[in-house]
Ligand binder design. Sequence first.
Ligand SMILES: [Zn+2]
Length: 292
Amino acid sequence: MATNSVEAEIGIIGGSGLYDFPGLGNVSEFRLSTPFGNPSDVVTVGDLNGRRVAFLARHGRHHQHSPSSLPVAANIYALKYLGVREVISVSAVGSLREHLRPGELVVPDQLVDFTRGRRSTFFDRGLVAHLPFAEPFCPRLREQVLASVGSVTDVTSHDSGTYLCIEGPQFSTRAEAGVNRALGMDVIGMTAAPEAKLAREAGLCLATIALVTDYDCWRENEEPVTAAMVAEVMRRNVAAVRKAILHFTRSPRGERTCGCQDALAHAIMSNAASMSDGDRDRLDLLAGPYLS
Ligand SMILES: [Zn+2]
């Protein structure tokens, strides 16, 4: 499945509490198989304000995949295959800062990856590539997502923050929360890495809308986070995320001046001429234009 089928332009990866996207018209469901395994679930493609949008529940529609076993490479590959160019990734996060309150939205601008042993590249064999990742979220898409998040009047949003991605699935100890705060982290979650890395490798623009569900466990006089707490705050606030995405799809989609689509152009170290036909086929959708 190396040929791009151009079914959709905008991808939405829904996190905890966002398992579907009601209101899509002219819906098709895609159960895809990729060279990197099967995505978390079917990808639902439909019309939203005249845009073709591909929705994927990150953990599956029944929340059956844990953060550590998410098929992230397959998810990103599937969106790329369907023609997606811009991805809005929605995540539930804990807050490590007093001013980032539960129920509020953060559009992070930085990412720290504390995960261990997850597949974080498409290019682990057959082809070696080292991409710049100083700006882990697409700056251009972030601005547009910020405008959309800002248009939702009944929720407070924050225009920057460092997202710390931990392995999980347990939440942090108090000692870890203290260390993470001292290190300058703002919000904590379990999924932004390697998702943002793989999206960049695939030439997709990606921005994250992080919904704060709790204060992790660092705050005095506050109950430490529980899964039930996360689910309840998500249930109450997911409507604001949907509103922001609706606004985003109504906004004009401009030129991709950010360079994400060609991030791979100057990153390949290998001599493509020595690649096997199998590796070439496996990576054609992602790296084909740069292998001639
Ligand atoms: Zn971009």
